[in-house]
Design a protein around this ligand. Structure first.
Ligand code: ADP
Length: 537
């Protein structure tokens, strides 16, 4: 414990000597003394005095005055002043002392025990105050550090967001081109061998897209940017679609695929159909991947029926290779696989179940895995789903071959896209619907083209050099010619981030399509826009 400075002010030297002798028993103090109040004031200003024992009756400045001066100076106002007096214990003196700022009295002749006890208790008080002060300083420091760390984390989150937006654009743009060209191939006349090449190409680009989407998904979830939708949809239809897809894949591997759907399952639920499908798809894909013989069972069971919701458990059970007990927990961690040989034999990134775990959390559900090594595994997802309502109309329309879609003759489209493969593929699709297409490579050129020609529609990439799609849209929307300013604009975004779509709408886009896009979806969007905006050339 640090020693504190204690001042004794008394005009009589002998009083100082006796008081100092008395206080020699008090621990953690340095005694400084003076017989002159003016000198004592200087001592208080210069030294860090914590306690002052002040004689009341002194010739020039009396004790009350001395304490008043101490208290009125911010440098010394903290000093704990104790009056030492031989005069009467009457209230008026007591009050005068307290009014001047003293906190207590010691009466002459001094009682040694009381004097030591009082001074010791004030020394303790000073130490406590010092401790509180130090703790406050430490608290302020850690608060400042926390604020700094929070700012740094926010900064890092922002950089991650920008990186994610750029990466998703850079990676998904060329894949969009590849998948688009595959669509074009599939619509051309091919011999059987060429058809099989194109199918392989399609499989490979779809797998590549899946891996990229996984990487983007996990980064998106981890940076808090994945939002779950709440949509009313038919659970039965969704499960049927999922099972239809995997039945064929199971058949290809000579595996039995059994489906057990609880008849009590609600027909419609409110949740995020895409994320639910992603979870179930992942379980079944893994079962297919890790099972060479036997069967895969898909179960959807009602666990509990609540007033407005239903607790449902989806399970995928297989007779595959199983997982070692020590690995069951860690497979839900990102980049973790059952054992080291798995990648060599089966491939994979170890991201699937980590994404599933995070998606399950977002849907406020839980996942669990049970497995017997060498015999098989069971993966479950359980959550509470709000019951849905039967929609008045079914939005689902059958997908058509792109060349069978309604012609969009006389639609003049300006495509602004810096990626050659994408603009080539997009113009080919648009031309196959009867559109006339002009291609430019950046937002600046798009604005220039608008000035010299009338367009029915603009397809605008968001990330382009020289002038971005967002900037170009803003310029077009401010065009002095009202018809040109109102031209329908669809942005083509390769971003997986919702805020990018939002920015497109804020800039003035009428619609947004994500890369890689489905030609059917594009056709729908164009038809709707041209109809609703009623632009006829
Ligand atoms: P990936 O399959 O891409 O490696 P996942 O995260 O989907 O990544 O799976 C992680 C690991 O969990 C797999 O590598 C595998 O070891 C194990 N695993 C998942 N599902 C099964 C299953 N049905 N049977 C056996 N092992 C499984």
């Amino acid at each position: 414990m640090k020693n504190i400075n204690l001042l004794i002010l008394d005009d009589k030297e002998e009083n100082i000597i006796s008081l100092s002798a008395l206080l020699s028993e008090v621990e953690h103090i340095n005694i400084i003394s003076s017989t002159d109040p003016n000198e004592a004031l200087k001592i208080c200003w210069k030294n860090d005095i914590s306690i002052a024992l002040v004689d009341v009756q002194m010739p020039d400045i009396d004790g009350f005055e001395f304490v008043s001066i101490l208290k009125s100076n911010p440098k010394t106002s903290h000093v704990i002043a104790i009056m030492v007096t031989a005069i009467s214990k009457e209230d008026k003196y007591l009050l005068q002392g307290l009014e001047s700022g003293a906190v207590d009295y010691l009466y002459k002749p001094l009682n040694p025990e009381i004097t030591i006890a009082k001074v010791s208790s004030f020394v303790k008080q000073v130490h406590n105050q010092e401790e509180i002060k130090q703790k406050n300083i430490a608290l302020e420091e850690s608060k400042a550090q926390l604020i700094k760390a929070k700012e740094e984390a926010e900064e890092a989150r922002k950089s991650k967001e920008i990186f994610l937006a750029n990466m998703s654009h850079e990676i998904r743009t060329p894949i969009n081109g590849i998948i688009g060209i595959i669509h074009m191939f599939k619509n051309s006349t091919l011999n059987e061998e060429q058809k099989s090449w194109v199918n392989r190409l399609e499989d490979a680009s779809n797998s590549l897209l899946l891996i990229i989407n996984d990487v983007l998904d996990i980064s998106k979830i981890d940076s808090g940017m994945m939002k779950v939708e709440k949509e009313n949809f038919s659970l039965h239809k969704k499960l049927e679609d999922i099972c239809n897809l995997f039945k064929i894949k199971a058949l290809d591997k000579n595996l039995k695929f059994e489906i057990e759907i609880d008849p009590d399952l609600p027909e419609y639920i409110q949740s995020d159909p895409l994320r639910l499908q992603q979870i179930i798809n992942n379980f079944i894909s893994n079962s297919l991947k890790f099972t060479d013989e036997g069967k895969i069972i898909f179960q959807a069971k009602v666990v509990e029926k609540l007033k407005n919701s239903t607790r449902i458990k989806f399970s995928v059970i297989d007779t595959g290779i199983g997982i070692k007990p020590e690995s069951v927990e860690k497979i839900f961690l990102a980049f973790e696989q059952g054992d080291d040989g798995i990648t060599k034999k089966f491939g994979g990134t170890g991201l699937g179940l980590a994404i599933v775990k995070r998606l399950a959390d977002l849907l406020k559900g839980e996942i669990f895995a049970e497995s017997v090594y060498g015999q098989g595994s069971r993966f479950c997802f359980m959550a509470e789903f709000e019951n849905g309502l039967q929609p008045t109309s079914d939005k689902n329309i059958n997908k058509k071959n792109i060349s069978q879609l309604t012609r969009l003759n006389n639609t003049v489209v300006l495509v602004a896209e810096d990626n050659d493969l994408n603009s080539f593929m997009l113009s080919h699709i648009l031309e196959s619907w009867g559109c006339q297409v002009d291609i430019v490579k950046n937002g600046r050129q798009a604005v220039e083209h608008i000035n010299i020609k009338d367009y029915s529609l603009i397809m605008m990439d968001t990330h382009m050099p020289i002038m971005s799609g967002f900037e170009a849209i803003k310029e077009i929307r401010n065009h002095p010619d009202a018809v040109k300013a109102a031209v329908p604009i669809i942005t083509i975004s390769a971003s997986v981030l919702d805020y990018e779509q939002q920015s497109a709408y804020e800039a003035g886009a009428d619609s947004v399509i994500r890369k890689p896009f489905d030609p059917n979806e594009l056709h729908d969007k164009i038809s709707q826009l041209i109809d609703t905006k009623n632009v006829i050339y």
